[in-house]
Design a protein around this ligand. Structure first.
Ligand code: MG
Length: 333
C-alpha cells in the first residue's frame, strides 16, 4: 500500500489495519489503546479547551510540517489560558491518493511533537475523501489542559500601565510558508518558529503568576492580535517600533515582497501583558529558555485611544496599526 485508498476510511477491515499499522505505531498510548467509543480522562479543577483545523500548504516546510503544527497550534492555545496541556484529539481528512510515505512522515512528526510537548493523543478519527475533494491532508486537533493559575490570563485583563512583552522574533512562520509555497529563496533561509510553548508558559507562571494576558500571535500576526486584546480590554496599546524583534532574513524578505512582518503568522511565540513591576522578572525567565531567547519588551498599555494600537517610530512619530483586512496569506496554518 503506497497510497491512501478510499477504503481506508470505511470503518471496515482495511481501515482497521490502516489505523493499527500507522496511527497506533506513532501516536499510541494506554488511553488510545483502549479503543472504546470515547476516552475517559482524569482531570482536576478547571480545564481549558481549544480546537483548530490545519490546512497549511505546503504540508512540509522549513521548520516543520502539518503534523507537528497541528500539535503545536492547539497546545499553544491551551497554554495561553495559563493551562498545562495534557490531552489532544486528532481528526484527519485525507485525500485519496496521498502517498503513504508522506502520511507516515506527518503522523510520526505528530507523535514526536506530542511527546515533546507532554501531551497524549487520546482520541482520533480518519476519513478519506475522493481525489480533489480535499487537498492532500487536513488535520483537526482539540486540546485539553488544567489551569495553573486563578484567575486565568485573558484578553480581557490588559490594564493601563501594564508592560507588553513578546517571547521572540515576529513573522518567521508566515514568511517560511509563503516563500516555500512560491519557491522563493532569500540570502539566509527563513525557518518556521513552530514550537510547543506549554513548558515555557509554565515556567513563566511559576515565577510570575500575576500575568494578565498571554496570547499567541498566529494568523494576522502581532498587529491583529494586539488589536483584539485592546478591544477586549477597552484599553490602548502603544508600541516602540525599534523594540519589536524581527529576524534580518524575515525583514529582508518582507521588504522584497511588500509584506509587513507584524501581520505575519507566528507559531512558536507569544505575547505577554503584565504589571510593569513584574516585566523584568518575566523577561529573565523567558530569555533563559531556548524558546524565549529573543524575548523583548515592546510597549505598554495606555488609557488613550481605547481599542486601538499605536506605533511610535524611532523619530517620535505615531501611527495607528490596524487589524488585518481580510486574508493576507491563505492556508498559513
Ligand atoms: Mg491563539
Amino acid at each position: 500500500m503506497d497510497k491512501v485508498l478510499l477504503d481506508y476510511g470505511s470503518g471496515g477491515r482495511a481501515s482497521h489495519r490502516f489505523v493499527n499499522e500507522l496511527f497506533f505505531k506513532h501516536l499510541g498510548n494506554d488511553i488510545l489503546a483502549r479503543m472504546d467509543d470515547a476516552a475517559v480522562l482524569q482531570l482536576r479543577g478547571p480545564v481549558a479547551m481549544s480546537t483548530d483545523s490545519f490546512v497549511v500548504d505546503p504540508v512540509f516546510f522549513p521548520g516543520g510540517d502539518i503534523g507537528s503544527l497541528a500539535v503545536h497550534g492547539t497546545v499553544n492555545d491551551v497554554a495561553m489560558m495559563g493551562a498545562r496541556p495534557l490531552y489532544l484529539t486528532c481528526g484527519f481528512i485525507l485525500e485519496e491518493g496521498l502517498p503513504m510515505q508522506d502520511l507516515e512522515r506527518i503522523v510520526a512528526s505528530m507523535g514526536e511533537a506530542a511527546r515533546a510537548a507532554g501531551v497524549r493523543i487520546v482520541a482520533g478519527d480518519t476519513k478519506v475523501v475522493p481525489r480533489g475533494a480535499a487537498d492532500k491532508i487536513f488535520i483537526n486537533t482539540t486540546g485539553l489542559g488544567e489551569l495553573l493559575v486563578d484567575p486565568a490570563p485573558s484578553g480581557h485583563r490588559a490594564a493601563v500601565g501594564d508592560a507588553v512583552l513578546v517571547s521572540g522574533s515576529m513573522g518567521d512562520h508566515g514568511l517560511a510558508i509563503l516563500s516555500t509555497r512560491e519557491g522563493l529563496s532569500f540570502d539566509s533561509p527563513v525557518v518556521s518558529d513552530s514550537a510547543a510553548l506549554g513548558g515555557l508558559v509554565e515556567k513563566l507562571l511559576a515565577a510570575v503568576p500575576g500575568v494578565h494576558v498571554l496570547r499567541d500571535p498566529t494568523r494576522g500576526g502581532l498587529a491583529t492580535t494586539l488589536n483584539e486584546i485592546a478591544g477586549q480590554s477597552g484599553v490602548g496599546v502603544e508600541l516602540a517600533e525599534e523594540a519589536i524583534p524581527v529576524n534580518a532574513a524575515v525583514a529582508g524578505g518582507c521588504a522584497v515582497l511588500g509584506l509587513d512582518p507584524l501581520y505575519l503568522a507566528n507559531e512558536g511565540k507569544f505575547l505577554c501583558i503584565l504589571p510593569e513591576s513584574e516585566a523584568e522578572a518575566a523577561l529573565a525567565v523567558l530569555r533563559a529558555d531556548r524558546l524565549g531567547l529573543g524575548a523583548a519588551r515592546i510597549g505598554r498599555v495606555v488609557a488613550g485611544h481605547p481599542g486601538k494600537v499605536a506605533m511610535v517610530t524611532p523619530l517620535g512619530g505615531k501611527r495607528l496599526l490596524g487589524m488585518l483586512e481580510g486574508e493576507q496569506l491563505p492556508r498559513i496554518c
